[in-house]
Design a protein around this ligand. Structure first.
Ligand SMILES: Cc1ncc(COP(=O)(O)O)c(C=O)c1O
Length: 475
């Protein structure tokens, strides 16, 4: 028998890279284990997970919403409502009963497209948000937004010469999945000097380059609000982007998982692409992704999300259905999480006051941390940080001297990875180097989340490290 080797596997797998859980995160995990030993000898006593937008991760402090967890508890074990009379608010009991009657046991496979009642709730949420109709038959519930994005990349890519326009910097799900399906990432650059704005000109330039190289562009990915940038698009730009998709026959993949994470709502509001496409009566095929992982929900581990298709033929919807049915169904507990996100308690419901208090507290914490962190980062020598109006991250640019670059290269590292490793080794703070998201040649960044409690202590450590680093290597 021949031994199984890496070379006998699908070669596309070797090209996949996913920095958010890469070298830094693996080393941070090791430090976490080492810290359990009283004689660990490390210069810090805890690891700070600033590398991933996982709001409920141990050590981060975004609590789950009580309403969501209570509905989850009663749908897991419906008998609990009678065993614990008076413990659960009336609206929770009613919601759980409604869902249980529709679903039956949550241990059974559901409809492959998602529970029809929950898809109706999603359609109603979209209609109320946008003021335009939404059809539950065009909505698919998913195991997080990732599952939907992966499905569309798989469906759209026709190797060897087709690609998808992706923003740089981008969330590495896109480059990783494109690599997996032999698709080509067609980078267009966001403009850091104007708050990481998106411009039609930069996308046109990427399209021109693709055409010269013989690559067919199939779709345009827009992440709004952005990851890692936190930028929020204005409606004029969104209209221009829709028209650009019309002009070049592109499918618009709108990743809107951070739509509820807005830190400057007086200045930056979220408008969905569904609303813009509907208002323009555009024929552009649009897929809009949403998730229970972010926002104030933060239920990453429950794996729930949805996508809505607009301007897709019945034939394609049938093909999508065929593809999702191979996976049988999205997790039913995740689907219930989606119902709670799109149908939260209303004023007058018994759960409303607590729900409002919990969501307000989370919004306020994210807003104040983002602001404090951006201001303090900007005060550091050689650091420039856009004060993100959305999402869960900051993406500061750092100036790294020729000396750092030389030492880093000699160690076989990208200079920003070298900086980030030194930060982890000295402080226990785990961030993701900008090279994992893509950046302009010769620029260096890192991404950190705004989810860590104790900002003063945390940013204080970061400042001390940065000043020492600059002293050692110069600017
Ligand atoms: C822009 C973006 N899209 C999609 C996802 C995936 O989220 P989910 O947990 O819903 O799969 C993430 C997760 O961080 C993200 O940042």
């Amino acid at each position: 028998m021949r031994t199984l080797t890496v070379d006998s596997l699908n070669p596309a797998i070797k090209n996949v890279q996913y920095a958010v859980r890469g070298e830094l995160a693996i080393k941070a995990e090791k430090y976490r284990v080492d810290l359990k030993d009283a004689n660990h000898g490390l210069p810090f006593d805890k690891v700070i997970s600033s590398n991933i937008g996982n709001p409920q991760q141990k050590g981060l402090d975004q609590p789950p919403i009580t309403f969501t967890r209570q509905v989850a508890a009663l749908t897991e074990w419906p008998a609990l409502a009678d065993l614990a009379p008076g413990v659960f608010p009336k609206d929770v009991v009613a919601r759980a009963k409604e869902l249980s009657e529709e679903i039956g046991s949550i241990g059974a496979y559901s409809h492959s497209q998602g529970v029809p009642l929950i898809r109706k709730s999603v359609a109603k949420f979209i209609e109320e948000r946008d003021g335009y109709p939404s059809d539950p038959n065009q909505i698919f519930l998913t195991a997080g937004a990732s599952a939907g994005v992966t499905l569309f990349i798989n469906m759209l890519i026709t190797p060897p010469n087709s690609g998808i326009l992706i923003p740089i910097p981008q969330y590495p799900l896109y480059t990783a999945t494109l690599a997996q399906y032999n698709g080509i990432g067609l980078p267009y650059y966001l403009d850091e000097s104007s708050g990481w704005s998106t411009s039609v000109a930069s996308i046109e330039a990427a399209l021109e380059k693709a055409q010269k190289e013989g690559v067919a562009a199939k779709a345009l990915v827009i992440i709004n609000p952005g990851n890692p940038t936190g930028a929020v698009l204005d409606e004029t730009t969104q209209e221009e982007l829709v028209k650009l998709c019309e002009k070049h026959s592109l499918v618009l993949l709108a990743d809107e998982v951070y739509q509820a994470n807005l830190h400057q709502p007086e200045k930056y509001t979220f408008t969905s692409f569904k609303k813009v496409v509907s208002r323009l009566q555009s024929p552009v095929p649009l897929v809009s992704f949403h998730s229970i992982s972010k926002g104030v929900s933060g239920e990453c581990g429950r794996r729930g999300g949805y996508f809505e298709c607009t301007n897709f033929s019945e034939e394609i919807i049938a093909l999508i259905y065929k593809m999702v049915s191979i996976g049988l169904c999205p997790p039913v507990s995740g689907q219930i999480g989606v119902d709670c996100m799109v149908r939260p308690p209303k004023a007058g419901d018994e759960s409303y006051e607590l729900w409002k208090k919990e969501t307000d507290t989370t919004h306020a914490a994210l807003k104040s941390r983002t602001r404090t962190m951006a201001a303090r980062l900007n005060a550091l020598p050689g650091v420039f940080c856009v004060d993100s109006p959305g999402a869960l991250y900051l993406f500061p640019q750092i100036t790294l001297s020729a000396k750092v670059q030389e030492v880093a290269r000699a160690a076989g590292k990208e200079p920003d990875a070298f900086y980030s490793l030194a930060l982890l080794d000295e402080t226990g703070i785990c961030v993701v180097p900008g090279s994992g998201f893509g950046q302009k040649e010769g620029e260096w960044h890192y991404r950190l989340t705004c989810l860590c409690p104790g900002v003063d202590e945390y940013v204080g450590k970061l400042e001390k490290f940065h000043k020492g680093f600059v002293e050692k290597y110069g600017l």
